[in-house]
Design a protein around this ligand. Structure first.
Ligand code: SAH
Ligand code: F3S
Length: 451
């Protein structure tokens, strides 16, 4: 039998794909999955069964990269036993480390950066045909062609990437290196995609971008996030529209007014502050002071009265003193974020901080500050959740909860998790739920009616 006919009768190659990091990575993985299924690959949840093992990676902190390095070390023996297995490293870490990954892990076959992943199926075919290792990092600064996402984790929810990359240079951040300069999709393309998703049953859409409220600046004033929101708000059947992640200095009045005016746009914004200390913010090159952030929150709360803010905080950044850390704690108590993602500073090679600032806060101090701030945030969430007891919340039902099938799980418009007894057919509906109990992380209650 010649090779071509042998191939025709072969079973399709099985792919194992593991994803690390942010929402954009998870969405990229859905795109990869869609493209590979089209090319007749199959997917498996078991690494040992796979012919192709892929890691879609994250570089934001060393910990995420170290997990992937651990996986790659484990696979050395696997590759000796099954040399025909293709091992691929995709995304941010591939972009950042490039050839070094191939040198360091000789059993890796494909290193595929953030602008090339949609062609991964072709690369894998070439490797299976005997091409040898491939390094694909791409040079384009164009938005990759719009990729249809045909697969979704949840039928009623979807993510749409409207902007990739970042032109800022916060001194701690590796994203401008791994994701490259900002590129944007046109408003027409985004609207087409959202309409298609809504026709397909989606009611809840999250627009994604590394610096999402910069959307439009590459189109010379022909587009902006506020105009995009107003356009999408007219789509019948779209009930919730959210955008993440915003940069504080780019919250315009127009955007706040669009949040207030558009019925589908939720009153929730993810606005990373990183630190409550002016000197620390300066070393981070964030371009705003703690007071400027406070004034922004005030303006936002005045324009969109029920708005809830989520944030990101870095503890233990280069040179962070006890006083600087205390300023962050004070700010958190004052603003009362609905949710805070807390990170211990991790030095990233090639960033400005790496070049000029020593990573001098001891690990034990970072860990202690992390604990302190987690406790402060937990207290705030518990208090705010208690204040909600007895109130009726609009909850978009995501489906049965993981642990108990007869209990549904859903989210308020500020993204709080709510559990309540109910039947699965409510999935995708907005239910009114009276809140009867709470923990710092979740609310629970009983159904009053379906909106
Ligand atoms: N604008 C991006 C930011 C990506 S990084 C977004 O879409 O969210 C996400 C968060 O990780 C940042 O807001 C910051 O709080 C944290 N982070 C980034 N670099 C970090 C580092 N070197 N160490 C610790 N945390 C970091
Ligand atoms: Fe990173 Fe700052 Fe951009 S945190 S993604 S460089 S806005």
């Amino acid at each position: 039998m010649n090779t071509a006919s042998a191939k025709a009768t072969e079973r399709p190659p099985r792919v194992f794909l593991e994803t690390f990091g942010c929402q954009m990575n998870f969405l990229d993985s859905e795109i990869i999955r869609g493209r590979m299924l089209e090319k007749r690959f199959e997917f498996t949840e078991t690494r040992d069964e796979a012919d192709v093992i892929c890691f879609n990676t994250c570089s934001v902190r060393d910990h995420a990269e170290e997990r992937v390095r651990g996986r790659l070390r484990e696979l050395r023996i696997h590759k000796e036993r099954k040399p025909e297995t293709v091992i691929a490293v995709l995304g941010c870490m591939a972009q950042r480390e490039g050839e070094t990954l191939l040198d360091r892990f000789a059993h890796v076959d494909l290193v595929c950066g953030t602008r090339e992943f949609s062609r991964i199926g072709d690369y894998v075919d070439r490797i299976r045909d005997g091409s040898g290792p491939i390094l694909a990092l791409g040079e384009s600064d164009q938005m990759p062609p719009r990729e249809r996402v045909d697969l979704r984790a949840r039928q009623h929810e979807a993510y749409v990437t409207i902007q990739r990359g970042c032109d800022r240079a916060c001194t701690f951040c590796v994203v401008p290196r791994t994701r490259g300069p900002e590129v944007e999709s046109s408003m027409d393309d985004v609207e087409d995609e959202v309409r298609r998703l809504v026709d397909d049953g989606v009611v809840d859409v999250t627009l994604l971008g590394q610096i999402v409220n910069a959307y439009g600046r590459k189109m010379g004033g022909r587009a902006s996030l506020s105009r995009l929101l107003r356009r999408l708000d007219r789509i019948r059947g779209l009930r919730r529209l959210r955008f993440i992640t915003s940069f504080p200095t780019l919250m315009t009045n127009d955007l706040m007014e669009a949040m207030r005016d558009c019925e589908s746009v939720v009153s929730y914004t993810h606005l990373p502050v990183q630190s409550g200390s002016n000197s620390c913010l300066k070393r981070m090159a964030r371009g705003y002071s703690a007071d400027a952030y406070r004034r922004l929150v005030e303006r936002l709360r005045k324009t969109v009265p029920d708005v809830e803010l989520a944030t990101d905080i870095i503890v233990g950044f280069c040179g962070e003193t006890d006083e600087e850390f205390q300023a962050t704690v004070d700010m958190m108590r004052e603003i009362e974020f609905v949710q805070a993602f807390i990170f211990k500073y991790s030095n990233r090679p090639g960033t400005a901080a790496d070049r000029v600032m020593p990573d001098d806060v001891p690990d034990a101090v970072k860990a202690e500050r992390n604990q302190i701030i987690l406790r402060v945030q937990e207290e705030i969430q518990q208090r705010r959740h208690r204040d909600m007891l007895g109130s009726v919340q609009e909850v978009l039902v995501e489906g049965p909860s993981k642990r108990r099938k007869e209990v549904l799980s859903g989210r308020t418009s500020a993204h709080r998790i709510v559990h309540f007894p109910g039947s699965e057919h409510l999935t995708g509906e907005i239910a009114r739920v009276r809140i009867t109990d709470c923990t710092p992380l979740t609310l629970s209650g009983e159904l009053t009616e379906v909106a």
